[in-house]
Write a protein that binds this ligand. Structure first.
Ligand SMILES: Cc1cc2nc3c(=O)[nH]c(=O)nc-3n(C[C@H](O)[C@H](O)[C@H](O)COP(=O)(O)OP(=O)(O)OC[C@H]3O[C@@H](n4cnc5c(N)ncnc54)[C@H](O)[C@@H]3O)c2cc1C
Length: 369
């Protein structure tokens, strides 16, 4: 039986562990805290799933495939992990990123529609189309209950025979050291998210991201309210899920952050920025109060492309999610499992070559500073 150690029980590590266990591998999953712990990037209450990725069709196809993966996972456990609320892109530039995305969706046969800005009023209890050139609507995009999905995935992995080891792992040649124990396996996959820069020489920048949910009247609830993204304003959100409030927050890159000990309180500037967007786009919500907030972190590569790379024979790093990795997890796990098994080489884009700084794969064209 082939054996593998996966380090990190975020959504990437847990999904990969589950996939490998269900395809005949003996799997050990090492986690320093608990699957779904609040420092994880995967522990956000919610994450968006959308297929639009500008001109890039690789990620668009993966997201579309992952949607089915989330639906299957939800059916397996009898929970709505994925809420197919639809998503509206608020396009400011008639020739911008959203237009490029529509071209790619067209090519791939992924459903979408283009609407006049005023038609947004059909989807929100109150809405102002200021500054918008058009709307791109993805009817099958939506919202994932992220923290819950991460815990469920890790539980399914242990049910499928994965051994969960609690402790902080250190690279030890081709092995993994946890405390005094040295673990060995045919393959090792490091999926440690924002912590990985401490152990491997990777082109990673970790930034603090404040997430805000606002107290709103009950008519602003998912699935009645779709998710939305204003790419050029670096703002995104969705209606209230599970009573934590309507998400409206910025996708702009925050200040450098240390994931283990960094202070997890949101900045007043983030609150002001999100509040002013809320007021501008959804005037009835002017003056809403923050109901719930979270501090999370992005593990950014220079070009927002992920890292899937064999650093030495049998040892892989799987990280640099760059703030857009959650939605893909079920389909990405299938892809990475086949790469680790040697069935296919990873895409060159995921290597450790010199990377040209660029943005756009996230829901934001903007970087801080
Ligand atoms: C504010 C915010 C909003 C986002 N929005 C979206 C979105 O809308 N859509 C989307 O698709 N994506 C989104 N993302 C990105 C998404 O959350 C991440 O891509 C995804 O969660 C990354 O998962 P991961 O498993 O790689 O990392 P993590 O979830 O951080 O997990 C890494 C795990 O590894 C463990 N670990 C690390 N090192 C060790 C070690 N040495 N030993 C043991 N354990 C270790 C850590 O404790 C942690 O549990 C967002 C991210 C943030 C921060």
């Amino acid at each position: 039986m082939k054996s593998v150690i996966v380090v990190g029980a975020g959504i990437w590590g847990s999904s990969l562990a589950l996939r490998l266990a269900e395809t005949g591998w003996q799997v050990t999953l090492v986690e320093q805290h608990k699957p779904g712990h609040v420092r994880q990037a995967s522990a956000g209450e919610t994450r968006l799933l959308r297929s639009s990725h500008g001109t890039d069709d690789w990620y668009a196809k993966l997201a579309w495939k992952a949607r089915e993966g989330w639906q299957r996972l939800g059916q397996r456990v009898g929970e709505d992990l994925y809420l197919e609320a639809g998503l509206l892109w608020f396009a400011q530039d008639p020739e911008g990123w959203e237009k490029a995305s529509a071209g790619t969706l067209d090519k791939l046969g992924i459903p979408y529609e283009i609407l006049d800005p005023e038609e947004g009023a059909r989807f929100f209890p109150d809405y102002r189309p200021d500054g918008l050139a058009f709307l791109l609507r993805e009817p099958h995009a939506g919202v994932i209950r992220a923290r819950r999905a991460t815990q469920v995935t890790a539980r399914l992995a242990t049910n499928a025979g994965v051994t969960l080891v609690h402790g902080r792992a250190q690279p030890y040649g081709k092995a993994v050291k946890v405390g005094e124990d040295v673990l060995t396996a045919d393959k090792v996959v490091w999926a440690g998210g924002a912590w990985m820069g401490e152990q491997f020489d990777l082109p990673l920048t970790v930034t603090k991201q404040d997430t805000l949910h606002w107290a709103v009247p009950s008519e602003w609830t998912v699935p009645g309210t779709p998710a939305w993204i204003d790419y050029d304003a670096s703002a995104y959100g969705h209606g209230d899920v599970d009573g934590v409030g309507m998400k409206t927050t910025s996708d702009e890159e925050g200040a450098p952050f240390e994931p283990e000990h960094g202070r997890r309180t949101v900045d007043e500037a983030s609150v002001k920025q999100a509040s002013s967007y809320l007021e501008r786009r959804f005037p009835a919500l002017a003056g809403s109060k923050v109901l719930f907030s979270q501090v999370c972190q992005y593990a950014l590569t220079p070009d927002a492309e992920w890292i899937i790379h064999e650093v030495e024979p049998g040892v892989w790093v799987f990280g640099g999610d760059s703030g857009h990795g959650f939605k893909h997890a079920p389909a990405l796990a299938e892809y990475v499992a086949s790469v680790v098994d040697g069935d296919q080489a990873p895409e060159q884009r995921f290597g450790l070559h010199e990377r040209t700084p660029s943005r756009g794969l996230r829901t934001s064209g903007r970087v801080a500073g």
